[in-house]
Each structure stands twice: as structure tokens, then as C-alpha cells.
Design a protein around this ligand. Structure first.
Ligand code: SF4
Length: 426
């Protein structure tokens, strides 16, 4: 059946999802985070409110996603490879022209730049409470080109949903998208430990759920309390172990640097211990980046929190790699990390420590140089070039088209590293 332009509508996709789900089809079963108190987390702090979505609403999104998919196939984009993305803006305009005012009602809310907190505009563009046409088209196309096999159901803690609801939703999704073989969610360990029974977690698994991504961040009770994570180390372990016993795969995020200079060692040691007790399938490293206007940023300004420097954060990672006593994968797939430490423990422990020690053995000046160059590479990788303000800041130190860092005074180098880090997508 031919898909008419006027029948296409955008739907709500999950702006925030794990990197392994970048090419996943996503649906929002809830919006945002009901906890929303973690002091380091900028995700839902700026206006977004938590809500649960009804099955009818989610079903409508599933229907819209299938219409978009049929349309993309009809337009031949399925065979066009990655060049197909360049055709989407024109197609979106044709859809808008055909739909007229009906679609305009669902167009993104325009926010004047001056209404956005300074420095957060780039981050906040990931959060949309209203569906956008280009984003929906991009999303379905990326899923198709990425193999059409995985689906992520957001937002921040889908374990708070009843297993029956999740099961019914997964069935609704599988029907129009039969190629899907993996369904994953974000979850809070607290929910798994305190709200869900083992039988309910098993029911999630039977319903078709494969994996839960948990934000553990730290294994130190002191750090967890300070950043208002709302969970203890024992609850982390209980929730994650219970989840695995129910047959679900479990991945955890940890945040080197979250204990600041004060609790750096305790944070690393206790986190290694919690990971050992959980024994997750993988551990993703996300080094702390203090976002502007978060409660942690305010604590920093008041002097209640002192950041660990980059070498200290790397030493934390070293301690974790050294002390985690279980089989698990360490993954560094975030621009927040200075070093790309990847490997399977215990097999690759020595190789990862060798890599870390290579950095730690550098002189203070060479550490800064390493950081400046690698942060700059990450920035160019993310944005395809230098932004105007960065080009201006680096201008005096450029020579023959490249960076000539020899003459950069140390405080200026620190300032440049901070500037670049503040603009990297984590
Ligand atoms: S639970 Fe997750 S999404 Fe919610 S505030 Fe904490 S880190 Fe952010």
C-alpha cells in the first residue's frame, strides 16, 4: 500500500539512550525521570517533568514509526546506504507541505536562545517533549541501516512499569517490526531491589526484555549520599544481582571522578568492590563532567565539592581495573573519558594497566599536552571541525594548519582543556 505524505506523523523517540542503542528503534513508555535528584545529572533538570504514558498513546507511536518505515522503503532509502540521511530534510519539507497545519501543531516548541541556561543549549537540544519530524525520520532510518534488530524502551527507569504493560508493549512492537531480537531499558537498582519482586523481574524477562542498563555511578555510600543518588551500595548489588537471577543481562555505568578530590580513593575502591559483587556483563566508564547549573555545579562554586584532576581520575580507573575481581568487560565509549580503556577482565587487565601507566608516567606538562590534543581530537570527531570560539581561543597557538602547543602557558592550557571539555557530548 502506498504511503501518502499527508499520513506521516512524527513520534516520540528516546533522546537519551545507551551508546549500544544508538541504532535501536526507541519508544518512550515514560517521559523523563521520576527521581531526578542526582546532583551531577543534567538530563531532566531543566523543565522536563516525569509522566507515564498510556498504552493507547504508545501504540499510536508504534503505528507512526511503521508508517515512517514504509515511507522510507517506498522512497528507496532502505537501499541508499548512509547517503540516505542527506535526503531527509527535503523529504521532511515535502511531508510538512502536504500535511499543512495539522503537522504544525506537533512541530517542536521554539525556544529563544536567551531562555536557555548559558552553555546548555547544545545539551538541551537532545531533550524533546514533543515529537519532531526530522528526528523521527532519522531515527527509523538509522535503525534500518544499523541492522533493524534492537529496540530500547525509555526513559530513565522502565522497571517502574508493570511487567504486563511492558509485555503488551513489546508484543505491539514486535508485530509491525518482526526483525527485532533485543529489547533493553534503563533501570534504577533501587527499583529492582525495593519495588520489584523476583517474580516480576522474571516476568519482564518472559515478556521479551533482554537487558537492563543501570546507572551505578559509585560504590561508595558517602559518594552516593553526597550526589543524592537515592540508593546505597548494598541496594545497587541487591537490585543488579536480582535482575541477573531473573535471567536478564545487566550492564552498569560508573563515573570516575564523582567522589571529587576528597573521596577519590574511596570512590574507586568501593566501586570496584560493588562491581565485583554484581559481576555485570559490562561496565561503561563515564568520567564526571560537571554540567553548568546542576546542583553539583553549585556545590563546586560554593566550595563544597573539589573536582579530582585528570590524573587523579585516571588513577581511579587504574584502581578499578586492578581491583575488580570478576569477569566483565570494561568499556570506554564516551568522550568524557581521557583514555580509551577497553578490555575483558581479568584477561586484559595487564594491557589496560599498561595503557594507563603510560599516561601516568608523563610529566605534568606532557599530561596536559596529551589531554589538550585528545580532547581536541574528540571535539573535531564530534562536530566535524572547530567552533568559532574554539578557533579564536586556539588561534594564537596554531601554526601551519596545526596546533603548536609549545608556547601555551600552563594556566592557558588548563583553560583550553576546560573549554573543550565543556563542549563535548559525553
Ligand atoms: S536516576 Fe538517572 S536520569 Fe534520574 S536523576 Fe539520577 S542519573 Fe539522572
Amino acid at each position: 500500500m502506498t504511503v501518502s505524505l499527508s499520513s506521516i506523523r512524527p513520534y516520540e523517540v528516546c533522546s537519551i539512550r545507551p551508546p549500544t542503542e544508538n541504532d535501536s528503534l526507541t519508544f518512550r513508555l515514560t517521559r523523563n525521570c521520576y527521581w531526578n535528584r542526582c546532583t551531577f545529572c543534567p538530563a531532566y533538570k531543566f523543565g522536563a517533568r516525569f509522566s507515564k504514558r498510556g498504552l493507547a498513546e504508545v501504540k499510536e507511536d508504534i503505528r507512526r514509526a511503521r508508517v515512517i518505515y514504509d515511507f522510507l522503503l517506498q522512497e528507496g532509502l532502505g537501499e541508499a546506504g548512509y547517503t540516505a540521511f542527506s535526503r531527509l530534510p527535503r523529504l521532511a519539507q515535502q511531508i510538512r507541505d502536504a500535511a499543512g497545519p495539522d503537522l504544525e501543531e506537533e512541530a517542536p516548541e521554539e525556544k529563544a536562545p536567551e531562555e536557555l541556561p548559558p552553555g546548555l543549549a547544545w545539551f538541551l537540544r537532545w531533550f524533546k517533549d514533543r515529537p519532531e519530524l526530522e528526528e523521527s525520520l532519522n531515527h527509523v532510518l538509522a535503525w534500518h541501516l544499523g541492522g533493524s534488530r534492537t529496540c530500547f524502551l525509555g526513559d530513565a527507569d522502565s522497571l517502574i512499569l508493570k511487567p504486563e504493560f511492558l509485555g503488551e508493549t513489546i508484543q505491539e512492537i514486535k508485530h509491525p517490526f518482526p526483525s527485532l531480537t533485543r529489547f533493553t531499558i534503563y533501570g534504577r537498582t533501587k527499583t529492582a531491589a525495593r519495588i520489584r519482586t523476583p517474580e516480576e523481574l522474571e516476568a519482564f524477562h518472559r515478556a521479551g526484555l533482554d537487558r537492563v542498563h543501570f546507572g551505578v555511578e559509585s560504590g561508595s555510600n558517602r559518594v552516593l549520599k553526597f550526589v543524592r543518588k537515592g540508593v546505597t551500595r548494598d541496594e545497587h548489588v541487591e537490585g543488579a544481582v536480582k535482575t541477573q537471577e531473573a535471567g536478564l543481562s545487566c550492564g552498569v555505568y560508573v563515573m570516575p571522578g564523582l567522589g571529587g578530590a576528597r573521596w577519590s580513593e574511596e570512590h574507586a575502591r568501593d566501586t570496584a568492590d560493588v562491581i565485583t559483587r554484581i559481576s555485570p556483563d559490562y561496565v561503561r566508564l563515564r568520567s564526571l563532567q560537571v554540567f553548568p547549573q546542576t546542583p553539583l555545579d553549585e556545590a563546586l562554586k560554593r566550595g563544597d565539592f573539589q573536582e579530582a584532576d585528570e590524573a587523579q581520575v585516571v588513577r581511579e580507573i587504574r584502581m578499578m581495573v586492578e581491583e575488580i575481581d570478576t569477569e566483565t568487560d570494561i568499556v570506554s565509549d564516551s568522550a568524557s573519558n581521557l583514555l580509551q580503556i577497553n578490555g575483558r577482565l581479568p584477561r586484559d587487565r595487564a594491557a589496560m594497566i599498561y595503557e594507563i601507566d603510560g599516561f601516568l608516567s608523563l610529566s605534568p606538562r606532557d599530561k596536559r599536552l596529551f589531554s589538550l590534543e585528545s580532547r581536541l581530537r574528540a571535539f573535531v570527531g564530534q562536530y566535524g571541525g572547530l567552533s568559532r570560539d574554539l578557533a579564536r581561543a586556539l588561534g594564537p597557538y596554531m601554526k601551519g594548519g596545526g596546533l603548536d602547543p609549545g608556547g601555551i602557558p600552563t594556566p592557558e592550557m588548563d583553560r583550553l582543556i576546560r573549554l573543550i571539555r565543556s563542549k563535548l557530548m559525553p
